[in-house]
Write a protein that binds this ligand. Structure first.
Ligand SMILES: Nc1nc2c(ncn2[C@@H]2O[C@H](COP(=O)(O)OP(=O)(O)O)[C@@H](O)[C@H]2O)c(=O)[nH]1
Ligand SMILES: [Mg+2]
Length: 308
């Protein structure tokens, strides 16, 4: 990982990191340092970072066991072990829904979470790897949304399938899949509308898009939830609802460069057992990265990798 990339992710997670580091600093030099208050403090910091209460309790319990078994005494050692404990809470990388192509990827999520931007970034990444990409513009509610996606598609060198505003999203998605098949595309990305996840209409519309796409596609179809990491506990609730309605294959966490607490990544992986497929750290095409659980845990806890 380059220093710039580390700093970018690290800056976004500074709030959580500072909270954890100050707890560690407050017990350093004390004997014994690794007492109940230390572990309770860590658990509280993880909850404040939006990891969710059950994930926080479970992770800290694991850490306590390790510390006891290895007879650790130093807060820095405990923190280093916590990196491993957090990293192990994520599903294995072998479950990356973007790793085996051809595929059709449905991008879903609430308004403003970053679906269109993510479609553009994924197209840009796949084009960079020499893949043929078709993007379906299935957010037909706003003319601006269609425009925005076209700009991204042009930039990436991807083919875009679009219809006029107000067209049936499922038919646009259907056409995109058909176009992908006809042209031998490796990747078909379907951008959808957001609105509120609490709107039953939206879920019904997405289920219809999902049904139509699965029926038409010969390639595997995977649904990715695009989540705004700055939404905190709200993001976890959205993930539960989208997962229940659509059966998700993974999550893209956006805006980790912003004011995100970051722990939401842990909550989603832990509670829903979904892989974090990519993370977004800015608005430019190259501001998206594969998720590495160990790197992430290091950035969140402020523990530099000492092995490199
Ligand atoms: N800082 C930052 N902004 C992002 C990121 N992803 C998306 N955005 C911005 O969030 C806003 C909403 O994104 P958009 O893709 O239109 O969301 P959609 O409604 O889900 O399609 C836009 O201003 C994007 O530029 C990210 O990873 N970091
Ligand atoms: Mg959009």
């Amino acid at each position: 990982m380059s220093a710039a990339w580390w700093d970018r992710l690290s800056d976004g997670l500074s709030k959580t990191r500072d909270a954890i580091q100050s707890r560690v600093a407050s017990v350093t030099g004390r004997t014994p340092a690794l007492d109940d208050a230390f572990f309770e403090g860590l658990e509280e910091a993880l909850i404040l970072a939006d990891a969710g209460a059950s994930a926080a309790a479970d992770l800290v319990e694991h850490l306590r066991d390790l510390v006891r078994r290895e007879r650790l005494r130093e807060p820095a050692e405990a923190l280093e072990r916590l990196v491993g404990v957090i990293a192990d809470a994520f599903p294995p990388e072998s479950r990356d829904p973007l790793s085996d192509l051809p595929a059709v990827i449905l991008l879903v999520g609430v308004n403003g979470s970053g679906k269109t931007t993510t479609a553009g970034k994924l197209a840009y990444e796949a084009r960079g790897a020499g893949r043929r990409v078709v993007i379906g513009s299935a957010d037909t509610y706003r003319a601006a949304a269609i425009e925005q996606l076209r700009v991204w598609a042009d930039r990436a060198g991807a083919t875009v399938v679009e219809r006029q505003r107000g067209a049936d999203p499922a038919s646009v998605a259907f056409e995109a899949v058909a176009a992908g098949q006809q042209t031998g595309a490796d990747l078909v990305l379907i951008d959808t509308a957001g609105r509120l996840h609490t709107s039953p209409d939206l879920m019904e519309e997405l289920k219809k898009v999902d049904r139509v796409v699965r029926k038409r596609s010969e390639a595997p179809v995977r649904s990715l939830l695009v989540l705004d990491a700055t939404a905190g506990q709200n993001a976890l609730q959205q993930a539960r609802e989208f997962h229940a309605a659509l059966g998700l294959d993974g999550v893209v966490l956006t805006k980790l460069d912003g004011t995100a607490t970051g722990g939401i990544v842990i909550g989603v992986a832990f509670e829903l057992d979904l892989p974090i497929v990519r993370i977004g750290v800015g608005e430019a095409p190259e501001d998206m990265h594969a998720f590495d659980a160990c790197e992430f845990a290091r950035a969140l806890l402020g523990v530099r990798d000492t092995q490199v």
